[in-house]
Design a binder for this molecule. Structure first.
Ligand SMILES: Cc1ncc(C[n+]2csc(CCOP(=O)(O)OP(=O)(O)O)c2C)c(N)n1
Length: 553
């Protein structure tokens, strides 16, 4: 560590991140990233969270970014450590999370020569380009800052995503003069063309029953969306767009976006405006959901036009800027069907009823959780039956960043994402409780991170839905493999003993009648807590969920 105005490239990276507003970074220490981690430690400006694995670290950085609305940062080692982050990078690009992944590389003189150098992965840069949005290598101190700046700019430019930089270990240690200006590059939002907004407003002004479909790309557009809601627009969200409009607002279907009553409602809509959404397969019954016949679309990614569903008009622009410009033009012009809000409420109630009717006793968990936890929560979910069946729709979320979900469908990320969300809550002083809904199979995949949660005193309630098996896969085997069950029964730990060994409080919920009491006790504690729901004692759901719903007709 240099004391004069000469600093290492490792310290440059840390000082640059400080200018980016980074409050926490996540990773696993290694000989190949120590110049960076030593700088975090010496400077003490950014909280560094030591994960137990690079997959967990990257999932934590992802959730940290989603909850804080800032850049996520993870640091890994060369080769295996870097590769361990790949699945989490895939999740981050699926979710459009702005994330910087700093990783090591072997010493420059031996690079790209396939010499079997310790930690060497001959195609590390190609792998990083493939699993993320982009990847760079810093080759010398002189170009380090420019590379850091460009990587962060790309990560934060819609469609956002994870960008990696590999820095050979000798370069991490090299010295340079402390630059006078370490500020990141500006990322100006995409301004829509005036003519395009005029044309879209012209079309929308005729609608009597307009519907906004908001996706993750509209999470920064709450205020502009609220203006259109005030003009009478109905709203529905994708899972990633939950909470852009508080889900108990009378004009929103919430994320009840694909149930039959929602589809019936769509048939009465005369203009749908889809904003910042890919209309993904899981949200649209594999693109067969009947959306309103007249569809318009706004996206900061120009390639979105006509993807998934064709649209009648497309505006390339930032969600907030474009919706605000539309609201300016539409105020005082809309003549909304006075029946629209009542119809939204009816469709939503019918959709919620359908969902509830599949849950058997688990309705109690869903409803009591909403009551006891309230709305000041970060709602993190792994891939588990309970999330697919109700966690993607409930409880009511009131904040555009409150929902954090493994969007790419990979199990085992909810535990680490719960930690990242809780750390963001603390570093950004947001005063909400983090809840993470996991299956036992997913929880075990990355279970070492529970030790990280304990060490960091991460304030998370993990609700572990324990059926001692890969429940959804077993259901699929029932459905289409003649009930030939294989590879789904799991040797599951005694979670009480396991948690005790880590000094993590554990409660077991075997009787639905004890739900309120158990949740109250669990939520009264701070730091990590595991609430294990004994699904064998609770009994089955009323309907077997066997993979993402598809259209039957
Ligand atoms: C990383 C990854 N590996 C494998 C799968 C396939 N998979 C989907 S769901 C699932 C089972 C999840 O089990 P559990 O967490 O116990 O939840 P449950 O289905 O029992 O509710 C598996 C193995 C996956 N989606 N992601």
């Amino acid at each position: 560590m240099a004391t004069s105005n000469r600093i290492t490239v490792g310290e440059l990276a840390v000082r640059f991140l400080e200018q980016c507003g980074t409050q926490a970074a996540f990773g696993v220490i290694s000989i190949h990233n120590m110049p960076i981690l030593d700088a975090f430690h010496v400077r003490q400006k950014i909280r560094f969270v030591s994960a137990r694995g690079e997959a967990g670290a990257c999932n934590m950085a992802d959730a940290y970014a989603r909850v804080s609305g800032t850049l996520g940062v993870c640091v890994t080692s060369t080769g295996t450590g870097c590769g361990n982050a790949a699945g989490a990078m895939v999740e981050a690009i699926t979710a459009g999370t702005p994330l910087l992944h700093l990783t090591g590389q072997i010493e420059s003189p031996f690079l790209d020569r396939d010499l079997g150098y310790i930690h060497e992965h001959p195609a590390q840069l190609a792998m990083l380009k493939a699993v993320g949005k982009d990847a760079f290598r810093i080759r010398n101190p002189e170009t380090a800052l420019a590379t850091l700046r460009e990587a962060v700019r790309i990560a934060q430019t819609p469609p956002c995503g994870p960008v990696s930089i590999e820095i050979p270990i000798d370069v991490q240690k090299m010295l340079l003069d402390l630059p006078a200006d370490l500020m990141p590059l500006a990322v100006p939002p995409v301004a829509p063309s005036t003519a395009a907004v005029d044309a879209l407003a012209q079309r929308l002004a005729k609608a009597k029953r307009p519907l906004l479909w908001v996706g993750g790309g509209a999470r920064g557009a709450s205020a502009a969306v609220a203006r259109l809601v005030k003009l009478g627009f109905a709203v529905v969200s994708s899972v990633q767009g939950r909470g852009i409009v508080a889900e108990d607002h009378p004009q929103t279907l919430g994320s009840y976006n694909l149930q039959k009553p929602a589809e019936e409602f769509y048939s009465t809509v005369d203009a749908m405006l889809a904003v910042g959404t890919r209309l993904r397969s899981n949200e649209t019954l594999n693109y067969k959901l009947k959306l309103p016949a007249t569809r318009y679309r706004i996206d900061a990614n120009a390639l979105t036009d006509n993807r998934g569903y064709e649209s009648d008009y497309f505006v390339h622009g930032d969600a907030a800027l474009t919706l605000d410009a539309l609201a300016d033009r539409l105020e005082g012009r809309m003549q909304i069907d006075p029946q629209l809000t009542a119809d939204v409420q009816q469709a939503r109630a019918a959709a919620a009823y359908l969902v509830d009717s599949t849950l058997a006793k688990y309705v109690t968990l869903k409803e009591t959780l909403a009551e006891v936890a309230g709305q000041d929560i970060w709602w993190v979910r792994d891939i588990t039956l309970s999330n697919s069946m109700w966690g993607n729709r409930a409880p009511v979320l009131n904040h555009p960043r409150a929902g954090v979900h493994a969007l790419g469908g990979g199990i085992g990320q909810g535990l680490a994402m719960g930690i990242g969300a809780a750390i963001a809550n603390t570093t950004h002083g947001m005063g909400r409780k983090t809840l993470s809904l996991c299956g036992d199979g997913g929880f075990m995949l990355n279970v070492g991170e529970l030790a990280c949660a304990a060490q960091e005193k991460a304030d998370v309630l993990f609700i572990v839905m324990n059926d001692s098996r890969y429940g959804v896969i077993k259901n699929i085997q029932d459905d289409i493999y003649g009930s030939r069950h294989c590879y789904v029964e799991l040797h599951t730990p005694d979670f009480a003993q396991f948690c005790a060994s880590l000094q993590v409080p554990h409660l077991k919920l075997s009787d639905p009648a004890s739900t309120r009491d158990a949740l109250q006790k669990a939520l009264a504690l701070s730091g990590p807590v595991v609430l294990e729901v004994d699904m064998d004692a609770w009994g089955p759901f009323a309907v077997k969920f066997a993979g993402p719903p598809k259209k039957k007709d």
